[in-house]
Design a protein around this ligand. Structure first.
Ligand SMILES: [Zn+2]
Length: 328
């Protein structure tokens, strides 16, 4: 049903999946894949398209991007809305990774192929809850595909995050959460909003949160960090360099919020006073559970350690090699 030629191609309908190279027609699973403007035609959820557009606009306005992105033919597709393309039926399911992130199911001639994109099986605060369909063939990411990757329970992490904010404010300092501008930033903003904190967000994080708002996520009291922080505010930003001018002389403490903070990969976490292991991916156990839930007859893995194939086989599943799916 598919070929692998440095990217994955569903050849019967000419659709590439998260293609890294410029292609005629590609599915884009979520707005982290900074490839939306590269292809001639893009299939994605409305939220992914809106987030990608907001990121591009912010980067152009801030000077990070020199030229405006070229016009792209977009094909927005809502979750759970089957679309017929050349005799196949394509359906998107929420992946729970960031707002709008999608798995894609392609059905043709009675066969079902599922491509996971980045996914998070744990319930999050700001992204849609994952829905896992059954498929015959599964192509999945396995970023944390080694047993040592075990994330703590989400409630524990949320308590740790709020505790850090509360204690830092009580000491007369500004809590600064360091997280990616898309996804993790809004996740942390939502957690802080639910705990009643006032949030000042760095420019790109703020602009993307505005897109989340358009899709129904409420962040409570928050503002763009474009003037000095007040003593009761919590800052969310990708880096301290971007916001130093607004801290004035205030003392601050940083918390790096990343899945890499958990287990063996903590050295990857950025320099920070504390690390909070909040992930928007599946940990090892979550990946294995995902395979079981999809219950496929064959699995292909990508974006992660090759060793994960061993563990999938151990669970009784057949694992194929992408390298052997080259077009003949
Ligand atoms: Zn991602």
């Amino acid at each position: 049903m598919f070929h692998y030629d440095r990217d994955i191609l569903i050849h019967s309908i000419g659709l590439w999946l998260d293609a890294g190279r410029k292609r005629d027609f590609s599915f884009v699973s979520h707005a982290h894949s900074d490839h939306t403007n590269r292809h001639d035609r893009v299939l994605a959820t409305p939220a992914t398209l809106a987030l990608a557009e907001a990121r591009a606009a912010f980067r152009l306005a801030s000077g990070a991007r020199k030229r405006p992105v070229r016009e792209v033919d977009t094909l927005p597709l809502d979750f759970n809305s089957p679309l017929k393309i050349d005799g196949a039926i394509v359906t998107l399911f929420p992946a729970g990774h960031v707002l709008g992130s999608a798995q894609i199911l392609i059905e043709r001639d009675g066969r079902r192929l599922l491509y996971s994109g980045d996914f998070c099986p744990q319930k999050t605060s700001a992204a849609e809850d994952i829905e896992i369909p059954h498929a015959d063939t599964l192509i999945m990411e396995c970023t944390y595909g080694l047993p040592e990757h075990a994330f703590p329970a989400r409630d524990t992490v949320i308590a740790q995050l709020c505790d850090f904010a509360r204690k830092t404010l009580a000491r007369g300092m500004t809590p600064v959460f360091l997280c990616y501008a898309l996804g993790k930033g809004q996740e942390v903003m939502k957690i802080l909003a639910e705990a009643g904190f006032a949030v000042a967000a760095e420019g790109e994080t703020y602009e993307l949160a505005r897109v989340y708002e358009r899709f129904g996520i409420d962040f409570g009291r928050f503002r763009r960090l474009d003037s000095p922080v007040s003593p009761d505010e919590v800052v969310v930003t990708p880096s301290t360099e971007k916001i130093e001018m607004f801290l004035g002389g205030r003392r601050f403490r940083t918390a790096s919020v990343t899945g890499w903070g958990a287990g063996a990969f903590s050295y990857r976490a950025r320099r920070a006073n504390v690390r909070i292991p909040l992930s928007d991916h599946a940990d090892f156990a979550g990946l294995v559970e995902y395979v079981k839930a999809v219950s496929p007859s064959e699995v292909y893995i990508t974006h992660g350690p090759d060793e994960f194939a061993y563990y999938v086989k151990k669970e009784g599943f057949k694992v194929g090699s992408l390298a052997e799916k080259r077009p003949v």
